[in-house]
Design a protein around this ligand. Structure first.
Ligand code: URA
Length: 438
């Protein structure tokens, strides 16, 4: 069928066969489809939707567009976690060493931050010397040696997604559940996993904000994962405030190291709680633990014994980074930064936090990117002091900005202050874990 026939078919609300979806993805990858034809079909898919069979066929065709990992020779299960992204979301840095210390391999192919959400690769690059550009064989070698490897996507993994995502971004067709599922799951399935836990975020700092849409996305992701024989679950988690204490690349690595060293401050607790929940679910899906209680305990044990910290140290050494941060996390912090306190304009209770606005403020001073090619400043960031439901007095500190200059501070101070709403009544703290989708 020609591109015009396929566009017409979806424009008229009809269903595609797997062969037709294969022809589309093939045409996108070999250049026989023009960008305007691909964009027209993406818009028809966006408007008229794809059913589950089409969603799975698109995932399969995209997966087949590149190379896959095969870890079948490994002597233990292989699993990963994927997050839809948030502000201060640093759980990968804890989950990988904790799960590896419990005997499950974690081949984590991660992304860079774009817009106001952070990316694991950028966080890791705040560790001096850490190399996220591993070849396929270096990635495998690291995984075998220390139980986890963290690297960026190569050109050869799901090349169809690169092309399709760029066109979706340019044609306002990103927010389609089947297109999101095919994009995320094709990349995760290329990792050759036995199990996958998805952290699907909802709230002011999430890329999809409505809880109803988030639930639909989580269900669709889980259905497709399981259809490909990867045991998949989703955790719907709260992103109505930054996760844990810090936002900003080096600061987030610092928070994770403090947690791995069991000497973190109280504000970091949500980071640990969510990481343990996600890691515990991975262990259960992999058959390494039977119940959520026993799984939690296993993870608490590898944290308390320092085994998870040792896994992280081993990984940093294998990936060329400076492992001294495991003994002295302060090395990560740039002593030259200005620390500016953000003060509450009124007394009351924190009733709302626009986490997205905090993420955008940090991006605006160099902590994140607006365009893919932007350079970032790993050191800048924000420390959250007051969280939802906390009481606050007028002029009390809401959080601390870590920045390079007074001019940078002036650019974002009002934005940061306005990200908080102070009410008269104490509202309940949001539940961190909202729902588990199996
Ligand atoms: N993240 C992805 O990888 N793909 C999407 O389509 C949306 C978010």
């Amino acid at each position: 069928m020609s591109p015009q026939d396929l566009i017409r078919k979806k424009r008229d609300g009809k269903r595609f066969t797997p062969a037709e979806i294969d022809a589309f993805v093939q045409g996108v990858c070999d250049g026989t489809w023009a960008d305007y034809q691909t964009s027209a079909l993406l818009m028809a898919m966006f408007v008229n939707g794809l059913n589950l069979a089409e969603q799975n066929a698109l995932t399969s065709a995209m997966l087949a567009s590149g190379e896959h990992f095969d870890f079948s020779e490994l002597d233990a299960p292989v699993a990963d976690k994927h997050s839809t992204g948030g502000v201060g979301d640093k759980t990968s840095l804890l989950i990988a060493p904790m799960v590896a210390a419990c005997g499950v391999y974690v081949p984590m192919i991660s992304g860079r931050g774009l817009g106001y959400t952070g990316g694991t690769l950028d966080k890791l690059e705040s560790i001096s010397g850490y190399n996220v550009r591993l070849s396929k064989s270096e990635f495998k070698k690291t995984l075998k040696k220390c139980g986890f490897a963290l690297a960026g996507q190569t050109e050869n993994i799901v090349p169809a997604d690169k092309k399709l995502y760029a066109l979706r971004d340019a044609t306002a067709t990103v927010e389609s559940i089947p297109l999101i599922v095919a994009s995320i799951m094709s990349k995760k399935l290329a990792e050759g996993l036995d199990a996958l836990v998805l952290d699907v975020k909802t709230g002011s700092g999430a890329f999809m904000q409505s809880e109803r849409d988030v639930r639909r996305l989580a269900r669709a992701l889980v259905k497709t994962g399981n259809a490909f024989d990867v045991k998949t679950e989703a955790v719907i988690s709260d992103m109505n405030q930054p996760l844990g204490q810090y936002v900003g690349n080096a600061l987030e690595v610092f928070e994770c190291l403090k947690l791995l060293r069991n000497d973190a401050e109280a504000q970091t607790k949500p980071t640990l709680d969510l990481s343990i929940e996600l890691a515990a679910r991975i262990l259960i899906l992999c058959g390494v633990a039977d119940t959520i209680e026993s799984s939690n305990l296993k993870i608490q044990n590898v944290l308390a014994s320092g085994e998870a910290l040792e896994k992280f140290r081993q990984n940093i050494e294998l990936q060329g980074g400076d492992a001294k941060i495991c003994d002295d996390p302060e090395v990560l912090l740039d002593k030259h930064l200005l620390k500016i306190k953000i003060k509450s304009p009124a007394s009351g209770y924190i009733s709302k936090i626009d986490a997205g606005e905090i993420g955008r403020a940090i991006s605006a001073i160099g902590g994140g990117r607006v365009k893919v090619e932007d350079q970032i400043d790993c050191a800048v960031g924000y420390a959250c002091e007051k969280k939802l439901g906390d009481a606050v007095a007028e002029h009390e500190t809401l959080g601390t900005l870590f920045c390079r200059s007074e001019a940078q501070a002036a650019k974002v101070l009002a934005k940061l202050q306005m990200a908080y709403k102070i009410g008269d009544e104490k509202s309940p703290k949001p539940k961190l874990i909202k729902e588990i989708i199996k």
